[in-house]
Write a protein that binds this ligand. Structure first.
Ligand SMILES: *Cc1c(COP(=O)(O)O)cnc(C)c1O
Length: 433
């Protein structure tokens, strides 16, 4: 340990557990305090309204969204068989009820990125259209799919840097509008994602370097071109608010399924965190819409606890997992981000209940169990929530109440090719004793 590390450990003893790659439960000491927040409920409803304006357009250009009338939303699924399997696997009784928020089934990217990524492209398209045409807010936005608008959008570019799912959501939608769309990816990004993007007319730029060097390159290239919009996964407020809309939709799903949220009926929500943008956006929405009795817990790999480290030390994006000697390696695709976003820790300071770190083997077991018990396919990152329940109820016995609801946010998986799906499943099966 160098001197900086020693003083960090003295001040925040759990940093030592992070350094040793032991799974931890961190309870946020600032949870529930009063704080000035950078957004309000009005910002969420502004985003809700924008999604609704675009719904007829989306239903037209993405036929798979037509049966939902262009509203991109995932089901909330009761996991009764998985709950029994989970209790066996963890030798732990779960008194409340277990649910899955299946963002793995969201159209277009098959992941939670369909919320933030698509929303940011919609907002950019609307801005361009409003500035250069007579488009009115009350118009039928299907007009945006016409040649006139495609010619307009073709003058503009969209750039995003991503290891995977964000590229799919931003890339496919931006290219569909007609924007010149470029995705910056590191060499280790999955081949099938690159292929799918290219098939949709997206330019894929591959880099031989670590992903942390790809983002600055993408940002720099975008800044050189005034007609180009850069989707900034490390701090975009638009992405953030796109994710927050999930809470408005979940409120209705909870009501429809007669799930209460009040002092006697706590709702725990378990969210995998990479850069921290999607779980923070969702959590912000949940706290604004559902109030004090919904509690969010972030889940991160023991090798990449970037958001946990940032929040625990208060250093947020000014510290990375490499600074405490971790290698940043994980099989959980969407979670391999060594430094948190500029927004996540700051907004979450008083809103996040706590976080949990897990070992990769643990997510594979849950991928296989979910397949065996409920025939639901998720990617490894998306099973992270299942690893957080046991540490949470062990540390907070009041949450292991029969009135509690536990929602595992399954963040992705539906676009995986069959071969990858099978390999993940077999790996999980081999780990289940
Ligand atoms: C991106 C992603 C996450 C994490 O979202 P962040 O905004 O990076 O924290 C989790 N799971 C999956 C499947 C993802 O694609």
């Amino acid at each position: 340990m160098d001197m900086d590390q020693t003083s960090l450990v003295t001040e925040y003893p759990q940093v030592k557990d992070l350094m040793s790659e032991h799974p931890i439960f961190w309870r946020n000491p600032d949870y529930g305090q009063q704080a000035e927040l950078p957004f309000s409920q009005a910002d969420i409803f502004d985003a809700v309204a924008r999604w609704e304006r675009f719904a007829p357009y989306l239903a037209t250009v993405f036929p798979e969204t037509a049966k939902m009338k262009g509203i991109i939303e995932s089901p909330l699924i009761r996991l009764d068989q998985m709950q029994a399997a989970w209790e066996n696997m963890y030798h732990q009784n779960l008194a409340g009820k277990l649910y899955l928020k299946a963002d793995s089934q969201l159209p277009i990217s098959g992941s939670i990125k369909s919320r933030g990524g698509i929303y940011e492209v919609l907002k950019f398209a609307e801005q361009v259209a409003m500035r250069h045409t007579d488009l009115a807010y009350m118009d039928d936005y299907r007009v945006l799919a016409t040649e006139k608008y495609r010619r307009l959008f073709a003058k503009y570019g969209v750039i995003v840097a991503s290891t995977g799912n964000l590229a799919l959501s931003v890339g496919i939608v931006a290219a569909t509008f007609g924007f010149k769309t470029t995705v910056y990816m590191s060499h280790d990004a999955r081949q099938w994602k690159k292929d799918k993007l290219r098939a949709n007319g997206v330019t894929v730029k591959e880099f031989d370097t670590d992903f942390s060097h790809v983002i600055p390159q993408a940002r720099e290239d975008a800044q050189k071109d005034p007609y180009c919009h850069f989707v900034d996964d490390e701090g975009s407020t638009t992405l953030f608010l796109g994710y927050a809309v999930a809470a408005v939709r979940l409120q209705k799903q909870l009501k429809d399924q007669h799930i209460k949220v009040d002092r006697k009926h706590p709702v725990l929500v378990y969210l995998p965190a990479g850069v921290g943008g999607s779980p923070s956006g969702v959590t912000f929405g949940l706290k604004m819409i559902l109030g004090p009795y919904v509690h969010a817990v972030f889940c991160e790999p023991t090798h990449v606890p970037s958001v946990t480290l940032g929040m625990m030390t208060g250093l947020n994006n000014h510290i990375s997992v490499y600074d405490i000697g971790l290698d940043g390696l994980t099989a959980a695709d969407g979670l391999a981000v060594g430094r948190p976003s500029r927004l996540a820790g700051k907004v979450m300071r008083t809103l996040l209940f706590g976080s949990v770190t897990f070992q990769d083997d643990d997510i594979y077991r849950n991928v296989a169990q979910l397949m065996d018990t409920q025939q639901i396919v998720v990617e490894p990152s998306a099973a992270a929530g299942f690893t957080a329940i046991a540490p949470v109820i062990k540390n907070v016995p009041a949450f292991n109440s029969e009135n509690a609801t536990h929602i595992v946010w399954a963040t992705g998986g539906n676009m995986m090719p069959e071969s990858e799906r099978l390999a993940n499943y077999q790996k999980g099966e081999s780990l289940i004793k």
